[in-house]
Structures are given as C-alpha cells and as structure tokens.
Design a binder for this molecule. Sequence first.
Ligand code: NAD
Ligand code: IPM
Ligand code: MN
Length: 367
Amino acid sequence: MAAKKLFLLPGDGIGPEAMAEVKKLIAVMNKAGAGFETDEGLVGGSAYDAHGQAISEADMEKALAADAVLFGAVGGPKWDAVPYEVRPEAGLLRLRKDLELFANLRPAICYPALAASSSLKQEVIEGLDILIVRELTGGVYFGEPKQIIDLGNGQKRGIDTQVYDTFEIERIAGVAFELARTRNNHVTSMEKRNVMKSGVLWNEVVTATHKAKYSDVKLDHMLADAGGMQLVRWPKQFDVIVCDNLFGDMLSDVAAMLTGSLGMLPSASLGAPDAKTGKRKALYEPVHGSAPDIAGKGIANPIAMIASFAMCLRYSFNMVVEADRLEKAISAVLDEGYRTGDIMSEGMKQVGTAEMGDAIMAKYRAA
Ligand code: NAD
Ligand code: IPM
Ligand code: MN
C-alpha cells in the first residue's frame, strides 16, 4: 500500500496546540496500520521569523507533493507590522492559490450536546446540518489591481478588485450541486447582483449550470446580506450554500457561531480531480484563526482541528469508517459533558486542549 503523505503546517498561536492533538491521533492510527507518513513545515509568523517569508519555497514544494496538507492557524499581533506581502496570512493564501484549492467546504453541524448552549434558541439550531461551499481562489482576495495609491493631494486610495470568470463560477457551482445530491438536494446561491456586476454573472452562471446539468437539485438565490440575516433567523432552511470568497469567509464565521463556537468548525479546501489519477489536492484547516487572546494557555478547543482531520480521512483517503468513528468520538465526548472554555456551560466538565484531545482519542480507540 502506498504511503499516505501528510504535510503538517501547525502555524502560529493555537495552531500548534490544536495540531498536537491530531498528531496523537495519527500515531494511534499508524499503530493500527493506517500508514500515514508525516512531515512538518513552518507557515505564517513562525515561517516569517525563520525565513522572512510566510512560507518557504521548500515547504511549498512539500505541500504540492503531499496527498493532503493539515493546516493549523496563522497570524497574531507579533506580526502586525511586517510588510503586507509577507504577513502570516499570505502563507495561507499562497497555499490556496498555488495548490488551486478552489472549493472550500465548511460544514456547520450542531452537536446535540451543544444545542442548549448556543447564543440562539435551542429550536433554531437543534439538528442543524448545513454546508457552506466557498469559492477560494478568486474574487476580491486575488483580483488585480490590489493596491494603495498615493493621489498626491494628501489622499490615498485603497483598491481591491472583485473578479470572477465563467469557469470559476461553473466549477464551484458544480461542487455545490454534486454535494447537495449526497445531502438534502438543495442549493442556495448567495451574491449581491443588485450592486455587483460579478454578482450578476454569478447568478447567471449558477442558473445556467443548474439548468444544464443539475435540474434535479432544488436551487434558490438569495442576496448575500439577506442570506446572513436568514442564517441567524432560521438556519435550518439551508442545506448547501454556495458563495464567493469574501461572502463565504463572513458567512462561515456566522455559521460557526450557530454551532456554539469558532472552535468547532472544520473545513476542507479541495482542488480539481487529476485527469489521470482522479486525486484532488487538498488542505484541511479549522475555520478559526490563531486566537492570540488564548494562545499558549492550553485551553483552546481542538475539535475544529480534529474534525478537519476527519474530513481529511474522508475526502483524501476514503477512510470513511475511520472518519465516521472519529466524528462519533467527538460527539460522544461532548455528550459526556467534556467542554473547553469556549463551549463551557453550567454543570459541564471544563477541560483543556490536551484533555479534550485525549478524551476524543480514548473514545476513538474504544469504538
Ligand atoms: P480567531 O478565530 O483567531 O479568534 C476569534 C475569537 O474566537 C477569539 O476570541 C478566540 O479566542 C476564539 N477562538 C477561536 N478559535 C478558538 C478555539 N479553537 N478555541 C477556543 N476559542 C477560539 O480570529 P481573530 O481574532 O479575528 O484573528 C486572529 C488572527 O488569526 C489574525 O491574525 C487573523 O488574520 C488570523 N486568522 C487566521 C485564520 C487561519 O489561519 N485560517 C483564520 C482566521 C483568522
Ligand atoms: C479564513 C481566514 C482567512 C481568510 C485569512 C486568515 C486569510 O479568515 O480561512 O477564514 O480570510 O480566508
Ligand atoms: Mn475567516
């Protein structure tokens, strides 16, 4: 059996703390014969400190050669003043762009044990299971021009450019429709066609893609601002939401809070299947950032990172049994009352990052 090459990029802040819990799981799975081969690199502020770059060329090559990249988080106040081109976040953006990871899957699932502790009413989020499909390599994140120009009159102008071509919208819509067919067969496309030309095109192309290939799937369109409101009002009306890079960034943070905490939400970033092998390049990362306010304290919630690894098992290695087992282990540990600080509520058992990771690992082994 060919080795399964995992490249680990723990990053900054709570990234390495959460990644440590995944490393324990990899070791357990390898003992049982999973055959993961791991290597580790630097990204973000830690890479900047070592090489003056947010990711080195050598680590980029390793990321390109791996079957899957596991990514922690980047950023923090220490690097607030570094040049824009080499800021920690640039490392993540380069990985997404150079690996062509255009499809970012951000599921938001409400675990039964947490239904009562959301900031929203229990009936609003109980049983919630939605999937945000975010376009990840286009839009305002990468469009040119992107610059600050000096107007010479004491004024400056900051410019970002939202650009989408037909093929980019078609391929992300295709991913959303395909995934909807494996779920509740319903896609909601969100844009702002009322003010943005790229929104008009987005709407047209999603509609045409639907008509041509996916008319069995129910399709709705919503303006993205109203979509944000609906996500908080009655999120269970959604199954799959498809949107551009920036709207997807914002809406997925909102969706994360529906489930209790940013510390709960995993993600998978996938490229197109290789024409010969059918394999997709992939990077798995929690939706949360480096959480500088709690970094170094051993209290971060590792569930988003562990659930991202479960997505890696499922999407990159087709280890469906192990992925299910790991997701069930997370749910069972929550049922038993284990809580990190971010999801703590009265009467529950407050634990740190390592204790939460250990409890999930113990459940996984026992299953
Ligand atoms: P953040 O996600 O790091 O933190 C927001 C809030 O959520 C904080 O109060 C934090 O303590 C809490 N939180 C996040 N993850 C948690 C976890 N696992 N357990 C418990 N609590 C958790 O967002 P921010 O503060 O806006 O950004 C901090 C830095 O992270 C910035 O430099 C930003 O650019 C970067 N960032 C990186 C990524 C990434 O690496 N993918 C994502 C988002 C933000
Ligand atoms: C995310 C993050 C990133 C983004 C940043 C860190 C570049 O917020 O993954 O959601 O904006 O995409
Ligand atoms: Mn974000």
